[in-house]
Design a protein around this ligand. Structure first.
Ligand code: NAD
Length: 487
């Protein structure tokens, strides 16, 4: 098997196996080939990982932020040196084309280690609060053992986006990747050790929805950060609440992307395509409800179809390929069922909707698909599809489109394309979402906070903001004079 790791889990600085766990087959989605066979963590493996994380954390927390940051920055360098190898592994794990993984996956993980490693010396300072003669100060202290649970669309990036702020703030982590993409996080754990991270601070355990609760319910866990769907978020939040654990929830979306008739058409179409077809549409922040002002509807759709039909679909390892398969057969079937619903509920199929004809029959491919004349009530306009399916809706004016854009339980992201500067800011001000874009879409550099509102979650990843979610404040009041007691 061409991507078989040394063992399923990485605990306390080394690979660990326990063949008593349920078998997890890692499948290359482009061909259906089994590329690795792993075991889900047994309760004994979970205990071992959390015990290692608990033991290692205090000494790590006692180091200076500069010393911790130095190790993370070294890990970023190693990731960049091995970008090709890591990107190929990410492509095997997910089916995403190498053209994407080589620029977006290990590199964004490396950005995260570099950024948090770099800001650590300044970003973990507390405050001095003058109180006349007395004074107080605050300290930003780590939470302890943090659990990270990942989705399958950006396995290496998620492993780093959670690991970097947790570690630099002085915590330890036990990370569970998605059962669909178990491979990348093991490499991140290996690289951190090579960069000098003391053993036990970043552990990886495999498992599925039955393994997650063992981590979330563990009494030694202080925080859980989940990237996943809204239904999973509800379960994890509820379980974490029982132990009053801290949580970050990065959940799903059905984000609006609004194109006004004064927008630069090519840029708006490019933004809409990136926001629906990148990673084969498996991006949480995708702008899957594309509202187009009526005056430009025909020209928008004609050019969108032309550009969509030119997308190169094929072998993900071929650098010319722009669109790969879906992550799994289950996800492919789910997306096809939404395409059927779209047709049966009266949406107009502009292009796509089927299986491309130039790919392996065992691959989980879907053509990039565009529906027009979509209305707000249709299932494809309300539910997260998580595949390359764009819904184009028409609108007349600003007030109407803002109200319709907000009429959803989700609130992850939103975008606006317009040449009118004041309208752009007025509209984003009214849109209910955590991360918004004007005249671009889906760019998430490490410097900016990322996360959702409403049912899409809370807490933020990336930027210095993320450190607040991996630390808590300790306030110290210092009395400088005699205590005045009335008795
Ligand atoms: P999922 O919710 O099925 O699974 C996510 C993770 O949670 C997996 O590792 C899974 O094993 C684990 N899990 C499932 N049930 C659990 C439980 N009861 N307790 C603990 N862990 C449990 O999601 P998915 O299908 O892997 O990913 C797709 C979803 O993730 C989409 O909804 C997408 O929008 C969302 N997503 C969100 C972001 C974001 O940053 N907001 C990023 C990527 C993906």
């Amino acid at each position: 098997m061409r991507a078989q790791p040394k063992a399923s889990h990485f605990i306390d600085g080394e690979y660990v196996e326990d063949a008593a766990g349920t078998v997890i087959e890692s499948i290359y989605p482009a061909t259906g080939e089994v590329i690795a066979r792993l075991y889900a963590a047994t309760p004994a493996i979970v205990e071992k990982a959390i015990a290692a994380a608990k033991r290692a954390q205090p000494e790590w927390a006692a180091m200076s932020p500069t010393a911790r940051g130095r190790i993370l920055k070294r890990a970023a360098e190693i990731m960049r040196e091995r970008n090709r190898e890591l990107s190929e592994l990410e492509t095997l794990d997910t089916g995403k084309p190498i053209q994407e993984t080589i620029v977006a996956d290990p590199t964004s993980g490396a950005d995260s280690f570099e950024f948090f490693g770099g800001i650590a010396p300044a970003a973990l300072n507390g405050d001095y609060i003058p109180l006349g003669g007395d004074f107080a100060y605050t300290k930003r202290v780590p939470l302890g053992v943090c659990v990270g649970i990942g989705a399958w669309n950006y396995p290496q990036q998620i492993a780093c986006w959670k690991g970097a702020p947790a570690l630099v703030a002085g915590n330890s982590m036990v990370f569970k990747p998605s059962e669909n993409t178990p491979l990348g996080a093991l490499k991140i754990a290996e690289i951190l050790i090579e960069a000098g991270l003391p053993k036990g601070l970043y552990n990886v355990v495999q498992g599925d929805r039955s393994t997650g609760p063992l981590l979330v319910n563990h009494p030694d866990v202080a925080k859980v950060s989940l990237t996943g769907s809204v239904p999973t978020g509800r379960k994890v939040y509820e379980a974490a609440a029982a132990g009053l654990r801290h949580v970050t929830m990065e959940l799903g979306g059905k984000s609006p992307l609004i194109v006004f008739d004064d927008a630069d058409l090519e840029s708006a179409i490019g933004g809409a395509m990136l926001g629906n077809f990148y990673s084969t549409g498996q991006v949480c922040s995708n702008g899957t409800r594309v509202f187009v002002q009526k005056k430009i509807k025909q020209s928008f759709l004609a050019r969108l179809k032309e550009r969509t039909d030119a997308i190169v679909i094929g072998d993900p390892m071929d650098e010319a390929t722009q669109l790969g398969p879906m992550v799994s057969t289950a996800q492919r079937d789910k997306v096809f069922s939404y395409i059927e619903k779209g047709k049966s509920e009266g949406a107009r199929l502009v292009t796509g909707g089927g299986i491309p004809n130039n790919v392996s029959a065992e691959g989980t491919y879907i053509q990039p698909t565009v529906f027009a004349d979509v209305t707000d009530e249709m299932t494809i306009a309300r539910e997260e599809i998580f595949g390359p399916v764009m819904c184009v809706l028409d609108f007349d004016d600003e007030a109407e489109v803002v109200a319709r854009a907000n009429a959803t339980e989700f609130g992850l992201s939103a975008g606006v394309f317009t040449a009118d500067l004041t309208r752009a800011h007025r509209v984003v001000d009214r849109l209910e979402a955590g991360t918004l874009w004007i005249n671009t879409y889906n760019l998430c550099p490490i410097e900016i906070p990322f996360g959702g509102s409403k049912q899409s979650g809370f807490g933020r990843e990336n930027s210095a903001e993320a450190l607040k979610h991996y630390t808590e404040l300790k306030t110290v009041y210092v009395g400088m004079g005699p205590v005045e007691a009335p008795y």
